[in-house]
Design a protein around this ligand. Sequence first.
Ligand code: ATP
Ligand code: MG
Length: 476
Amino acid sequence: MKLNTSFAELKQNTLFKLLSEILEEKGMKGYVVGGYVRDHLLGRGNKKDIDIVTLGSGIEFAKALQKKLKGAQPVQIFKTFGTAMIQWNDIELEFVGARKESYSYESRNPTVKPGSLEDDQNRRDFTINALAISLNRVDFGTLIDPFNGVEDLKNQLIRTPLNPEITYSDDPLRMLRAIRFATQLDFTIDPKSFEAIQRNVERIDIISKERIVVELHKILETPKPSVGFRLLEKSKLLERVLPELTALKGVDEIEGQTHKDNFYHTLEVVDNLCQKSENRWLRWAALLHDIGKASTKKYKPQTGWTFHNHEFVGSKMVYSLFKRLKMPLNEKMKYVQKIVMMSSRPIVIAKDFVTDSAIRRLLFDAGETIDDLLTLCEADITTKNPKRYEKYMNNFTMVREKIVQLEEKDHLRNFQPPVSGDVIMNYFGLTPCPQIGLIKEAIKEAILEGEIPNAYDAAFEKMKLEGKKLGLNAHA
Ligand code: ATP
Ligand code: MG
């Protein structure tokens, strides 16, 4: 891989020049370190978060900079971590004093002592994240690379600066970070490092759920999340983090009949979907759309393998999974549940002769999620047979077209009953009672069946008719 090793433009950068001046004034030393340097070398655009390490107090330096940096927000200080942050335009500057860390077995939060630049580079997770660029006048713009991080960037390798066994055990979050970087950058994890991860998987249990989820999100937000999920599976981290997914692994055979491996199928679906949608929660829905299949799997001699009701079971599991991982139990979770719950509906419709009423019901039930649901169904086509692939895709195109046609007529996406309960009560002179619900249901059914349009007058007539059937009379 070719690297961008020129730092000429960095030296011209007004921000870095200012940093350098202030360091000089204060008689301090400072370096740009970590992700910014890595991504510069990789030519991965201009990163908006910049980490600066200083010899001496990072907080003090941040305060001095803030005074001179036009348009900078006030310094935010994180006392417990000894770090400071300045927001400047769309850039986030993080400051930390160079430090030495020592870990205890129970926690990933080390005790820290001031240290040298070398100490600070030693405590970093990967060689490619331990690169520093000097901001000091004497050697402004010089790359400091004690662990051959540049070589590793060239070879696309994730490696820890020190003994991986200790690095991962000290802070097990690094295991997930290794896999996340491998996925984001399309790098390989050094075999020694990967073996160390495999030996330390149970250490992940000391990591907070929130931290784990941050990494899962980052993996899911790459163009090809399967890379990360395969590594998670292979290392056996997945079993601890998302056992619902590992439960989908494997193929059974009875009477010569097999079913597909739902784990690898799921990964394919996720990758396909990521080509079409950036929506984080739709990506989660793709990842979880088949999780109900593990517990519902049955073999029946006449029909073969079935996963009866797996969508319902799966959508219930979404709740417990989100809860366990301390993910939001709000409308995002409900959205994922809904997509999982409905994930087979369009497929069933597309397979048969597509009737208007089936489409109306789909629209009615899916509401705003209809487009995302169809996107998932299209991503779910993983057949390697080109003829079949085309046929299935065409079926969904037809469903989409029908939806557009019916939408123009009936506006079912956000269905509101055209005749309200109040109107029904007024007309028949009723107080709240079950008949109102029955009439409303009959009107809705008539609309979905296409017997009447989704409009007030037609619904009002239908109401009168239904009332009569129930023995109700118009109120004088
Ligand atoms: P990105 O921001 O693109 O995800 P990054 O490399 O900037 O990548 P951050 O999480 O922002 O990652 O961390 C900044 C730097 O801090 C890293 O480059 C690394 O040097 C160091 N670092 C972060 N987390 C850890 C950790 N758990 N263990 C050791 N070093 C870490
Ligand atoms: Mg960063």
